[in-house]
Design a protein around this ligand. Structure first.
Ligand code: EPU
Length: 427
């Protein structure tokens, strides 16, 4: 792992309104699944374009290499080339898998190609109880045998078979993972209560190009007819709607004006309406999305829910933004139970924010002051950077690694817009 180059902290000096043009990265939560899916192709080379240069993608590349795939990540071009014609090991090693929860996405390809998969540990952001039971139950219903051993999970399947599956809640990764597993399982698989996120549709589009037969994407009810082989193809990863929304909020929190290139306003959905209610203006000029804060910010009520609801990944960023709004905002998380860690950090910066029984109440407007704060996970981290951009004085956000998991070159992209921010590494 490239641990030595990890960002240790971000140092932000607030007060500058952001202005200029920013290039939105490719979607993390689509690219990771496509890297795993490319291992289903036993011949040829997969070419993925617009791949975000982020730590989670580097971890996915390392996992693909650990099982024998030849992978080149041309970071300057944001192009990934995968040759999975010879997979040599079913083991997803602990040093990567332990802290990279998306490792489970490699199971379908390993089952189809090698008949078994071993996950030596399951990691990810610290988001409270994040189970993977839908994944394992789904693999079992498709005919796999799942053994939970000491510090590892071993999954075996000579041959998966189509089956009727359901998800208790519309799990984003669960949907994609079970579609991948079903794509080469002989027979018909029906999955009830599937996720509707745009990234799921992009993954389905990618698998369909590879030769998979999938219908019902975007309806909550997906049918997959298993095929005997999938082929390597070329695909451009969709824009990252979370990255785009964070930059929209960066314009809003600093009272600036940004042109977002590579963003799709359509994917903003309810986030657009919420930001407009707060006083943020959106305008499309051809392919460029212009965002500016037109009025003093107004308070907001947000409840996170699966797409098309308000994305849990933007709950922390909008909490930071609402600190500056003139009035009381209510923010309620319903997807992950560990996602209010931002509250304590914003308090250190002078925000008037409290956790009630089932919501966070933000009493605005606050004058934020720079402080030393902790990025408990990726989305808390980026929210603290937003808060730092609006605060008086210097904010130090550490560790930097969680932010680098999901946002490409965040310091460089913000600096280009007039922000004062530096990334520091200790070695
Ligand atoms: N859940 C289960 N069992 C499962 C799967 C999920 O109980 O087997 C529960 C989870 O504990 C959680 C809820 O269902 O309470 C939703 O989880 P989901 O499976 O939808 O989340 P995920 O697929 O693991 C993806 C993104 C997350 C994003 C969520 C929600 C990837 C790699 N991750 O996670 O992204 O927050 O969907 O949209 O696609 C991030 O980017 O910061 C991030 C955490």
């Amino acid at each position: 792992m490239t641990m030595g180059s990890e960002t240790t902290r971000y140092r932000v000096r607030g007060g500058n309104p952001l202005e200029g043009t920013v290039f939105v990265q490719g979607a993390k939560n689509a690219a990771l699944k496509m890297i795993a899916a490319s291992l289903l192709a036993a011949e040829g080379r997969t070419v993925l374009r617009n791949v975000p240069v982020i730590e989670d993608v580097r971890r996915a590349v390392e996992l693909a290499q650990a099982v024998g795939a030849l992978v080149e990540f041309h970071e300057a071009e944001r192009i990934l080339v995968v040759d999975a014609s010879r997979l040599t090991s079913p083991v997803l090693p602990a040093e990567i898998a332990r802290r990279f929860r998306a490792s489970v996405l490699f199971v379908p390809a390993l089952l189809h190609r090698l008949g078994e998969a071993v996950i030596e540990g399951v990691g990810g952001c610290n988001l409270g109880s994040r189970n993977l039971d839908f994944h394992y139950r789904g693999f079992a219903r498709l005919g796999a045998i799942v053994h939970e051993g000491e510090g590892q999970i071993h999954i075996e399947a000579k041959q998966l078979r189509g089956a009727h599956l359901y998800l208790d809640t519309p799990s984003h990764t669960g949907t994609e993972n079970l579609i991948m597993a079903a794509s080469m399982a002989p027979g018909t698989t029906v999955i009830d209560n599937t996720a509707l996120e745009p990234e799921v549709l992009d993954v389905i589009a990618f698998l369909t190009k590879m030769g998979a037969r999938i219908s019902g994407g975007g309806t909550g009810f997906v049918t997959v007819e298993g095929v005997s082989e999938l082929t390597a193809v070329e695909h451009t990863v969709m824009p990252d709607r979370i990255d785009a929304s964070v930059f929209a909020m960066a314009a809003a929190i600093t009272g600036g004006e940004l042109s977002l290139v590579g963003a799709s306003l359509e994917h903003f959905g309810v986030v657009r309406w919420k930001l407009e209610q707060m006083g943020v203006e959106f305008a499309t000029h051809g392919a460029v999305l212009q965002v500016r804060q037109e009025h003093p910010l107004r308070p907001i009520n947000v409840i996170t829910s699966p797409y098309p609801g308000f994305a849990t990944d933007l709950q922390s960023p909008i909490m930071a933004l609402s600190c500056l709004a003139d009035g009381t905002s209510y923010i309620r998380e319903t997807i992950f139970d560990g996602r209010y860690t931002l509250v304590g950090e914003l308090s250190k910066m002078g925000a008037k924010v409290e956790v009630d029984s089932n919501a966070v109440i933000v009493h605005g407007p606050a004058t934020l002051k720079g402080a030393e704060v902790i990025a408990h996970d990726l989305r808390t981290g980026i929210a603290l950077i937003l808060a730092g951009l609006a605060a008086d004085g210097e904010t130090v956000v550490s560790p930097g690694y969680p932010i680098d998991r999901g946002h490409a070159a965040i310091a460089a992209r913000l600096t280009a817009l007039g922000a004062q921010i530096t990334a520091e590494t200790d070695d």
